[in-house]
Design a protein around this ligand. Structure first.
Ligand SMILES: Nc1ncnc2c1ncn2[C@@H]1O[C@H](COP(=O)(O)OP(=O)(O)O)[C@@H](O)[C@H]1O
Ligand SMILES: O=C(O)[C@H](O)[C@@H](O)[C@H](O)[C@H](O)COP(=O)(O)O
Length: 172
């Protein structure tokens, strides 16, 4: 049985920080979903245009394939992936299930107020994602449902506490 942790949330919410922390603590394989976007998606976001369902579908398939490949090597995985809509999370679940043996996907929603996340995006340097897209990220976000197999983290807490809480809940 392999475990796949998907740390989800809007841009700047702290997904990568938390996901990397979890992967480090547990010794699991980490991937940053941004690295799986085709250049056309990066160009679109850089130009301040939000992605749509069509842009995201092949990207999600690529991520599911990567998760299943790691699982085939016996590796548990942690990814930082916005997975903003319930349908995207369902697609990820479905595609991983089609490719992988016995496994579990756990969603961790990095969740926080607009102002806090906007400030963090402003403080972050050298990232292609413009702050102007944060509103559309919040508009698109469908918060993780209680029935989706996961939990929420309040990103106003320090990263170390968030990682400890996430590891405790993943391993319980
Ligand atoms: N819990 C936190 N408290 C304070 N700053 C944080 C926290 N998590 C992330 N950050 C900072 O906020 C910015 C965005 O975090 P990042 O992990 O890149 O978010 P995402 O992967 O969701 O875009 C980074 O500069 C990061 O150092
Ligand atoms: O589905 C999307 O619209 C993108 O995946 C988006 O949510 C993601 O946030 C960007 O790729 C920027 O990357 P960061 O999340 O690292 O800022």
């Amino acid at each position: 049985m392999t475990l796949h942790v998907v740390v989800m949330g809007v841009s700047g919410s702290g997904k990568s920080t938390v996901a990397e922390g979890i992967a480090q603590r547990l010794g699991w394989t980490f991937a940053e979903a941004d690295q799986f976007h085709p250049q056309s998606n990066i160009d679109k976001m850089t130009a301040g245009i939000p992605l749509d369902d069509e842009d995201r579908a092949p990207w999600l398939r690529g991520l599911a394939t990567w998760m299943a490949r790691q699982a085939a090597k016996g590796e548990d995985t942690v990814i930082a992936c916005s997975a903003l809509k319930r349908s995207y999370r369902t697609m990820l679940q479905r595609d991983v299930a089609a490719l992988d043996g016995p496994h579990r996907v756990v969603f961790v929603h990095a969740h926080g107020p607009f102002g806090v996340i906007a400030d963090r995006m402003e403080g972050r340097r050298g990232h292609f994602m413009p702050e102007s897209l944060l509103q559309s990220q919040f508009d698109t976000l469908e918060p993780l449902g209680a029935d989706e197999g996961g939990f929420e983290l309040d990103v106003r807490h320090p990263p170390d506490e968030l990682v400890t809480e996430a590891v405790r809940r993943i391993c319980s």
